[in-house]
Design a protein around this ligand. Structure first.
Ligand SMILES: Nc1ncnc2c1ncn2[C@@H]1O[C@H](COP(=O)(O)OP(=O)(O)O)[C@@H](O)[C@H]1O
Ligand SMILES: [Mg+2]
Length: 371
């Protein structure tokens, strides 16, 4: 999907901003604090109804305003949609898709498939497993139709089971009812994830090979319990410890992805720049796989692409994104480094200054400057 028009109101220092991005690469440049990341934050808000920089919505809303709003016209290949998302200081949320309120946020996520790469992107490699599970589930959700329902079933059974575990006097027959549901939903979730990752790995390998040469790098999936064990036996064997701890220790809620170099953890072995490239390859491959499956392009938000990347790799990443036909929003501070990003193909330049965003007609000049 492609954003054709984007209107942002009262979000951080962006009072009223309107831009017409291109399909292809949109570069936002400007001084620190000018509002570049806030534009990406607005697009993120439109796709996921939340910021990527703050858990709370209040700091995102412009001072002395009661709500922030993002409105966009998007082309989803199946047609044109108008999407509006607004959040109030008390966290109120209003979402409209073509004038109607969707049944849930998954409709928004489905319509606006976003991938985000920021300077703290490394955390996908060295941070908590939850981040990798979210990454994995983004892909499964967008590619496997039944996943969302199976995941919700699994979460509900897990919640009920954990509530029972925390109760002092456990009714084992009640526990076995939730166990049966948890086991059945867990298998479904695991099957969806395992199928997805098996098909995803070759895409990731081919994307990575275009931007980084690291021998013996591998990606594997841990399902949340021993690969060779039967899940009902695992649950039965761990029930006493589960009761003692008050939560379920094994299951899809503990699934993870592991990136290794030989037998070592990639995060312990690679430089920051290499880690950024590995994570970028994961995210770009996920968008490429999604587009291949759904025939819809993905939107990439890349905050401060130059950080940690040298000139050659900046350009390689950009060329890859451009060749995959995504709509990409890239921020950077220095005008000089823009020339590293602008190759052939559609690109638009925006200058951000004190919360104003202006189209900048300098792409051609920059492209001509390239060596
Ligand atoms: N709630 C808010 N209301 C008004 N201005 C804000 C708010 N939150 C942050 N700002 C200001 O908005 C600007 C946004 O910065 P940001 O988008 O991070 O800039 P950049 O990415 O260009 O460095 C900063 O100058 C910041 O001080
Ligand atoms: Mg910024």
């Amino acid at each position: 999907m492609t954003i054709q028009t984007l209107k942002i109101t009262s979000l951080r220092n962006l009072g009223a901003v309107e831009l017409q991005p291109v399909k292809g690469i949109n570069l936002l440049f400007g001084e620190n604090g000018s509002g570049k990341s806030s534009v990406l934050e607005a697009i993120h808000l439109m796709g996921l109804a939340r910021s990527f920089r703050s858990h709370r919505i209040k700091p995102v809303i412009q001072h002395d305003h009661s709500q922030c709003t993002v409105f966009a016209k998007v082309d989803n290949r199946s047609g044109l949609y108008s999407v509006g998302v607004s959040r109030g200081t008390e966290a109120e949320l209003r979402v409209h898709i073509n004038g109607s309120t969707p049944s849930g946020l998954h409709e928004l996520a489905e319509l606006v498939p976003l991938q985000l790469i920021t300077p703290s992107t490394f955390s996908l490699l060295d941070g908590a497993p939850k981040l990798r599970r979210q990454f994995l589930d983004w892909g499964v959700f967008h590619v496997e139709q039944g996943f969302h329902i199976a995941w919700k079933r699994m979460q509900r059974a897990l919640k009920q089971r954990n509530t029972l575990l925390r109760r002092g006097n456990i009714d084992r027959s009640q526990l076995s009812v939730w166990d049966a549901e948890f086991i059945s939903a867990s298998h479904l979730v695991d099957n969806y994830r395992a199928d997805y990752i098996a098909r995803f790995i070759p895409v990731w390998e081919s994307v990575l090979a275009k931007i980084l040469d690291v021998p013996d790098i591998s990606l594997s999936y841990y399902r949340g319990w021993d690969r060779s064990a039967d899940f009902s036996e695992v649950l039965a064997a761990s029930v006493d410890r589960d009761i003692a701890q008050g939560f379920t220790q094994y299951g899809p809620q503990r699934a993870d992805l592991r990136v290794k170099i030989g037998r070592a953890n990639a995060a312990d072995y690679l430089s920051r720049g290499q880690q950024k490239l590995v994570v970028s390859a994961l995210k770009i491959a996920q968008g490429a796989f999604f587009t291949e499956e759904s025939k819809r392009p993905c939107i990439y938000l890349i905050d401060d692409l130059p950080s940690e990347l040298d000139k050659t790799h900046r350009r390689l990443v950009c060329e890859l994104l451009r060749d995959l036909d995504f709509q990409v929003f890239i921020t950077c501070v220095e005008r000089e480094s823009l020339a590293d990003f602008v190759g052939a193909g559609p690109a638009k330049l925006f200058h951000v200054e004190h919360g104003n965003v202006m189209e900048y007609d300098e792409i051609q000049t920059l492209a001509n400057c390239q060596v």
